[in-house]
Design a protein around this ligand. Structure first.
Ligand SMILES: Cc1cc2nc3c(=O)[nH]c(=O)nc-3n(C[C@H](O)[C@H](O)[C@H](O)COP(=O)(O)OP(=O)(O)OC[C@H]3O[C@@H](n4cnc5c(N)ncnc54)[C@H](O)[C@@H]3O)c2cc1C
Length: 368
């Protein structure tokens, strides 16, 4: 079976690797460089923390566990940074209820007092009234994971075409056309084009409604290692990003992203970080705006789309958490026709059936 995977972000790289490993003849087609899209501008927190309802929580928890499974399978995962997530909140009751709900669903979650919070993060000045710890959660160096998956796909026989935008999909999915006129004959195509997945879906004649949301990621240069793990505070979310760096992000800042004010908002995030960590020397070393690929009802679009044999989608927010899992499940569907129960609620068909005018984004929380 010949399959073109369009897009080499975390979703495309994962599914290409699993397809190639499963015996398909894969062409992974990327218009730029692998991992340069939304996957390069992610807070990259791997979690099932605020995912609702229960079925979506189950998918994300399986997605979180898949990262540890991959580590076993590969005999190591230098891109995976376990250590959990410390949350400081201004809403003690809300945080307690969240912990209780998650524990009831079998998730590792505990409320912690100030002393334990200080043990976990000695440098953090208590920025809220209550704290909780989620020990299984992690963050991921996404570019490094994407590189690994692309290399493994290549080693399993995949052809990787970079700098090659797909500009057309021929009827009944018989070929994809690349900018420059080349035609690659295929039996199936996977749309893993992230925030541009609606354009690629249009090429297949199956419009996909997206509700993309932009977000600001700020890289801070700091002295030493003032933070050990993912931290959520009322005004800023932070995580380490290799020695001497932190990533700062907050939804309240994303909501104010407009025209040319990115630098000012970056400095605001820097100030918020300085408010809870003793990092007076910290400075902004990088600013990135990314677009979250969010299907219009807020949930993933994974699997075969109805009416177009050979056309599949792998489009989702929380793609860092879900990428390795959805890549494996989608490869099973393409190669064996089997739809996994965890992915069954998120078929592309539902987005074509519903009227898209009244879709609230029900999982709009960061890490979504
Ligand atoms: C600010 C921010 C914070 C986030 N935080 C988290 C988080 O904490 N946890 C989490 O799990 N998720 C988070 N996400 C979401 C996550 O980053 C995305 O869901 C994920 O990266 C999507 O990966 P992807 O492979 O689908 O898309 P991308 O990484 O965008 O990859 C798609 C690729 O397709 C290519 N492409 C597009 N069109 C074509 C074409 N016509 N031909 C060839 N190639 C094409 C693009 O160049 C791109 O490389 C966040 C996102 C943002 C923006």
């Amino acid at each position: 079976m010949k399959v073109a995977v369009i897009g080499a972000g975390i979703l495309g790289a994962s599914v290409a690797y699993r397809l190639a490993e499963g015996g398909a003849r894969v062409t992974l087609v990327e218009r730029g460089e692998p991992g340069g899209g939304a996957s390069a501008a992610s807070f990259a927190w791997v979690n099932a923390n605020e995912k609702k309802p229960r079925a979506y929580f189950g998918l994300n928890y399986a997605g979180l566990r898949e990262h540890y499974r991959l580590r076993e399978e590969f005999g190591g995962a230098p891109w995976l940074h376990p250590g959990g997530n410390l949350v400081w909140s201004a809403d003690a009751r809300g945080l307690r209820e969240r912990v209780e709900r998650l524990r009831g669903w079998g998730y590792a979650a505990e409320t912690v007092g100030e002393e334990r919070a200080r043990e976990l993060e000695p440098e953090v000045r208590s920025p809220g009234v209550a704290a909780a710890y989620f020990p299984e959660e992690a963050w991921v160096d996404v570019p490094r994971l994407v590189r690994e998956l692309v290399e493994r796909a290549r080693a399993a026989g995949a052809e990787v075409r970079t700098g090659s935008p797909v500009v057309g999909i021929e009827a009944e999915v018989s070929a994809v056309r690349l900018a420059g006129g080349e035609r690659v004959a295929v039996d199936a195509v996977v749309n893993a084009a992230g925030p541009d997945a609606d354009r690629v879906a249009g090429m297949a004649g199956s419009p996909l409604p997206l509700a993309p949301r932009r977000g600001l990621l700020v890289r801070l240069e700091v002295r030493g290692a003032p933070l050990r793990r993912v931290l959520h505070a009322p005004e800023v979310n932070l995580r380490p990003d290799g020695a001497g760096y932190l990533i700062a992000h907050h939804e309240s800042v994303d909501r104010r992203l407009g025209g040319k004010d990115e630098r000012r908002l970056a400095v605001e995030l820097l100030e918020r970080a300085r408010g809870i960590l003793p990092v007076p020397e910290a400075r902004v070393s990088g600013v990135r705006v990314g677009t979250r690929p969010v299907p219009a009802d807020g949930y993933p679009s994974v699997g075969a789309a109805p009416g177009i044999p050979g056309y599949y989608e792998a489009v989702t927010h929380s793609g860092v958490t879900l990428g390795p899992l959805l890549g494996r499940l989608l490869a099973c569907e393409i190669l064996g026709g089997e739809v996994h129960p965890l992915a069954a609620p998120y078929r592309p068909g539902r987005l074509r059936e519903q009227r898209m005018t009244e879709h609230p984004i029900r999982n709009a929380k960061e890490g979504g």
